[in-house]
Design a protein around this ligand. Structure first.
Ligand code: NDP
Ligand code: PYC
Length: 331
């Protein structure tokens, strides 16, 4: 694989220009391009420029509204809803997360349900933004059937990511963000592109046999992480990001999807909690001692440490030439 050095500014401009060319308006293009640039900056490669062909094909097919005008309203002081207007999720986040934070700061806990949206990114930008405001946050989305429930050989659950963030007074938030599939679909696709085998236990081929060949898994099915326990977390996410918020579960999302390669219409569940109201002013004493204790153990690294370290480097990133060529052809 050969690569080219591209500055963070140019990554943003490339993503923005590509989205504008595909029909997005300024506000939507800027919101998505910012998410793409931040993914490349932090080293979330499967959800940065790699996703541009999918973003573009769904704009061009008309499945995604590139001029979406997401609308936020409060159903109660602690139950907020954003109608995404069939656009990509980042603009809905920009228009909703401050209000969610304000509601949680005031009432101790608040929920944001997002419907009629298309999420094709990492989830940490949402939880991390809330934790940077002193809140603890949980979010999840579903996808399209690509994961077999434990014991099955056929896809029913999406790759269904879950992100959690905890605020720290004098350090960046503690954040994890993970697919509940043994591997995110984006990482499987990158492994297939690069001709790399994946670990045993990642998925099955079309005959339902275990395989480490990512191309066979793409045709077959992914497995949930952690056996039946991960499978149940994936099931919970289907319910939280679907029926709870007023959207569909993965298999129903697929039924109305046009198969253009971009993300399906779906929902997002975001919960924000204020530790000062729920616990008291000294909430951080115990959590800081706990987090420090984890970090002191030999062989352990905290989730998000890798991303935050990458973030300190504001220099150019190495981008796969084949991907740059693919994006250039789209424009
Ligand atoms: P990873 O398995 O790479 O990482 C999961 C989490 O574990 C991260 O918080 C990561 O922190 C942390 N981590 C990784 N390795 C270690 C380690 N050795 N020790 C301690 N912590 C570690 O993520 P996935 O491949 O499961 O998911 C990748 C992305 O795909 C996520 O951002 C997810 O949101 C996205 N996704 C999006 C979907 C969508 O529908 N929009 C669907 C599925 C996935 P760190 O980041 O610092 O490495
Ligand atoms: O990597 O599984 C994935 C994924 C699905 C939608 C966006 N990313």
């Amino acid at each position: 694989m050969t690569t080219t050095s591209v500055s963070l500014e140019d990554i943003f401009s490339l993503a923005r220009q590509t989205l504008l060319t595909a029909g997005a308006n300024e506000e939507n293009a800027n919101a998505v391009a910012d998410t793409v640039m931040r993914a490349e900056r932090d080293g979330s490669h499967s959800h940065g420029l790699f996703r541009m062909p999918g973003y573009v094909s769904s704009l061009r097919s008309g499945k995604v509204n590139g001029c979406a005008d997401p609308q936020l309203h409060s159903r109660t002081p602690v139950a907020l809803h954003c109608d995404g207007d069939l656009g990509y999720a980042p603009l809905a986040h920009q228009r909703s997360l401050d209000a969610l934070a304000e509601a949680a700061h005031k009432s101790g806990i608040a929920v944001l349900s997002i419907t009629r949206t298309h999420h094709f990114a990492a989830l940490w930008p949402e939880t991390e933004a809330l934790a940077e405001k002193g809140l603890t946050a949980i979010t999840c989305v579903s996808y399209m059937p690509s994961v077999a429930p434990f014991g099955a050989h056929k896809p029913l659950y999406g790759t269904n990511p879950l992100s959690f963030a905890w605020p720290r007074p004098d350090a960046p938030p503690l954040v994890f963000d993970m697919a509940t599939a043994a591997m995110a679909m984006g990482d499987i696709q990158i492994a297939a592109r690069d001709g790399r085998a994946v670990p045993p236990g990642t998925g099955l081929d079309t005959a339902g046999k275990p395989t480490t060949d990512p191309a066979e898994i793409i045709k077959g099915v992914l497995l949930p992480f952690g056996g039946y326990k991960g499978s149940h977390i994936a099931m919970m996410i289907e319910l939280l990001a679907g029926p709870l918020v007023g959207e569909t579960v993965s298999f129903a999302s697929k039924t109305r999807d046009n198969g253009d390669g971009g993300p399906p219409q779906g929902g997002q569940f975001i919960l924000a909690m204020n530790p000062t109201i729920l616990s008291g002013d000294d909430w951080a004493e115990q959590s800081e001692a706990f987090i420090e204790r984890i970090g002191q153990l030999d062989g352990v690294r905290l989730p998000a440490e890798r991303r935050h370290k990458n973030r300190h480097d504001q220099g150019a990133r190495q981008i796969d030439d084949a991907l740059l060529e693919k994006i250039a052809k789209i424009i």
